[in-house]
Design a protein around this ligand. Structure first.
Ligand code: SF4
Length: 129
């Protein structure tokens, strides 16, 4: 495909890339039971693996182009209780769908936000969890 064909192909308005499936594809929000059942089916498939996204929303200042779900603050102490909640959410998943804990974790993406807003110690605690 030539460069001009590529430009023609991709020079179109598209949804923001930060969610998959993208927002226009979203239908009805699943119930908790539907979501956990779907997760259980996915992780118990043969050769299943997980890609994990952890949203760390904090930034010290707001970029002019930001469209992310972010919390602007210079109070770095806020990262600790947030990490506690993320780890509690993980425990909820592990209790509801134990097979999640046995599935290979192939990718971890820390997004935000600015992941380095958290201290190295705090990030290590989160990733260890
Ligand atoms: S989330 Fe990203 S784009 Fe938004 S303010 Fe923070 S660093 Fe900037």
């Amino acid at each position: 495909m030539s460069k001009s064909d590529l430009f023609a192909k991709y020079d179109v308005p598209v949804p923001r890339y930060t969610s998959y499936p993208t927002v226009p594809q979203w239908g009805r929000t699943p119930t908790r039971e539907e979501w956990l059942s779907s997760l259980d089916r996915a992780v118990t498939q043969q050769d299943a693996s997980l890609a994990l996204y952890v949203h760390l929303p904090f930034c010290e200042s707001l970029c002019t182009y930001c469209g992310c779900n972010t919390v602007i603050t210079r109070d770095h102490k806020r990262a600790e209780p947030y990490a506690d909640l993320v780890l509690r959410e993980l425990d909820t998943y592990l209790a509801a769908v134990p097979s999640v804990g046995e599935c290979a974790l192939r990718h971890v993406h820390l997004g935000g936000g600015t992941p380095t807003f958290s201290s190295p110690t705090e990030l290590a605690r989160l990733l260890d969890g």
